[in-house]
Design a protein around this ligand. Sequence first.
Ligand SMILES: Cc1cc2nc3c(=O)[nH]c(=O)nc-3n(C[C@H](O)[C@H](O)[C@H](O)COP(=O)(O)OP(=O)(O)OC[C@H]3O[C@@H](n4cnc5c(N)ncnc54)[C@H](O)[C@@H]3O)c2cc1C
Length: 559
Amino acid sequence: MTTMSNARRGLPLTSSRIEKIFPKLTPAQISRIAAHGHIRSVQSGEVLIEQGDKSVPFFVVTTGEVEIIRPCGARETLVTVHGSGEFTGEVNMLSGRRSLVRARAIKPCKVIELDHQQMLALVQTDAELSDILMRAFILRRVELISAGVGDIVLVGSAYSAGTLRIKEFLMRNGQPYSYMDLERNQDVQNLLDSFQISAGEIPVLICRGQIVLRNPTNQEIADCLGFNESIDQTHVRDLIIIGAGPSGLAAAVYGASEGLDVMVLETSSPGGQAGSSSRIENYLGFPTGISGQDLAGRAYVQAQKFGTDILIAKATRLICDSKPYVVELVSGARIPARTIVIATGAEYRRPPCKNLSRFEGAGVYYGATFVESQLCSGEEVIVVGGGNSAGQAAVFLAETTKRVHMLVRSAGLAESMSRYLIRRIEETATIVLWPYTEIVAIEGGDHLEFVRWHNNQTGQTEEHKIRHIFVMTGADPNTSWLDGCVALDKGFIKTGQDLSPDNLSAAGWPIMRQPYLLETSLPGVFAVGDVRGGSIKRVASAVGEGSIAISFVHKVLQE
Ligand SMILES: Cc1cc2nc3c(=O)[nH]c(=O)nc-3n(C[C@H](O)[C@H](O)[C@H](O)COP(=O)(O)OP(=O)(O)OC[C@H]3O[C@@H](n4cnc5c(N)ncnc54)[C@H](O)[C@@H]3O)c2cc1C
């Protein structure tokens, strides 16, 4: 057991904001909470919450003390002790996911108890308490993550792509975990031996000390951690949103806050492409920028606060020939809904180069705006790609950089680029075209430092000290799973006025009115964000579209 700093028993805190993490409620606030639940007497030693319990209740301690413990086999680590006026809980209080800790009375106590639904009703109706509780829940989860207080252990290696994938999945889902590195941790071999795992089977995830997963898929991890088990997958929802990037999360926040019964499906983790951006500088209201992970984390909690169910599962099919519509999941489960918002985004085509994702936002960029151009002013940069977006980027970057190296796999630009852009590139002395050329390796520390490229015709490989690569090789929309349900244009979903009479008659548009803004060729099915044809590929526009779609969802539900 650990007795730590900040004059508070329990784990040391990384944050100095102790009064925000463990606020003391006033008598007036406590009586407002009491109105939502009931008062309970608890014996000393009585367990209020067991580690692994689902949809745990929320407790306010009015007298006595409740300790929060992380059990690990026969050992217990004290996380904190809640005294009178304090309350239990962290973010899984909102999601209904399994408890990471045990809560036990260490003195005879009186507590106010609220079940999961009563807790949600409280944060949705009492703005002052919502502020206090949400902030404490989020800050407590941050502390749990930094202390590695979870019920899973990841055994992996810094050299394994599977380990990186799992770390990213856990991190972006805000899941605390302990990590043991095969190369650095001497205890690892003992652990592997006790579970009869050979070193070749890593990464290995040990879930709740019992289940051993060898190089699990994201879906297997989500299932093992019980991410989805408290969510009812059978009843007909008002709205299913597919994709939890900025557009899907915005639709969820607006939909749920306006009283709709909303479910979000997400293959991997909330945030989408934006979640991989180290700093978004052009999103309104964040003058010093915000990391994509922070923005996504906040939106995720906000959507859950309003009662959105978020299922970590891949949608594999839309069954659209009858109503209600049905979304089929990779598990085979089928979820019915009256309306659908497709927010599955797009995936930038990435050259097959190791380490590329490691430097995203730190030397590797998928857009060339003013913000990126400022990062590389006066330096040499690389633009990969031979299409119009690559041409525009090269011309734009040439204004502020020392030299732009354009790398194209083909013989030149003529086939893939508009004539006017080719002329401008030819006229700009600082743009150098490298035909038949591909990047084969990139290296660096926290930031990209070196790039090696290879000429497929001469067989020559060169290394250059270049810190910025602009990958402008296009994006593929995530629409293959829609299988003919809605009209597409080059894979992107057509909506509203972009749908021609031919599109509508081919789709058998069955009603008198024309499609609403953002509505696809299927009534009541909307598309928002990067997956939509003609969309502006930006966080703000994705958020805007997700929010706007909800007003049309209401109209369809009233039809
Ligand atoms: C590295 C990087 C940096 C960026 N920086 C900026 C920036 O600074 N400013 C800016 O304005 N824009 C930036 N962008 C662009 C911006 O992130 C996107 O325009 C925005 O994220 C689009 O949001 P979206 O919700 O439409 O789609 P996405 O963000 O692509 O999200 C789609 C989500 O759907 C999920 N999904 C896909 N298929 C399925 C399925 N079948 N079932 C369930 N879920 C599914 C995906 O896992 C993903 O989470 C950046 C993009 C990248 C890649």
